[in-house]
Ligand binder design. Structure first.
Ligand SMILES: [Zn+2]
Length: 164
């Protein structure tokens, strides 16, 4: 049996990401389909730092089936292209924390997509504060890039089925 990991258990009705999915809390949402949603991190490491989540509540990646894990990272991979392009970044990081020991702050599975620039190389990244106007501008830029991507390839992911 898998060793359980310690997570900050939360009732889905109190989960801030579930509440963003239900539009009970505001967020700069840049992408949404039937299974996944992506929005800007409120306390980002860089401009364009985006969180990609399954809409269904689960605390860690171990709460998801493998098909949905595959879908989550496929969406994150596709969105990373739009994010890097929109932010004129030179690279990006995926960060996916599971459990308190990994410093998972919100107990709802999420993948961080953090665009980085050449000058960021080797630096520890700290949280930055971005004005609401700037956040809106960033969200608009990313959304525009996503909308210009191949919509058919995104649509085909909604009923994701592939052999493993
Ligand atoms: Zn949740």
């Amino acid at each position: 049996m898998e060793r359980p990991i310690i997570s900050s258990r939360v009732d889905p009705k109190d989960c801030i990401f579930c509440r963003i999915v239900k539009r009970e809390l505001p967020a700069y949402i840049v992408y949404e389909d039937t299974k996944y949603i992506a929005f800007l991190d409120k306390a980002p490491f860089s401009e364009g730092h985006t969180l990609v989540c399954p809409k269904e509540h689960g605390e860690t990646i171990w709460d998801m089936n493998e098909q949905d894990i595959g879908g989550l990272f496929m969406i994150a991979s596709r969105l990373s292209k739009a994010i890097v392009d929109a932010m004129q970044a030179d690279g990006f990081r995926f960060v996916q924390n599971n459990g308190e020991a990994a410093n998972q702050v919100v107990a709802h599975v999420h993948v961080h997509v953090v665009p980085v620039k050449k000058d960021d190389k080797g630096k520890m990244m700290g949280r930055i504060k971005i004005s609401e106007d700037k956040m809106k501008d960033i969200a608009d830029k990313i959304t525009t890039k996503i909308n210009n991507m191949n919509r058919i390839s995104f649509r085909s992911l909604k009923n994701l089925e592939y052999p493993i």
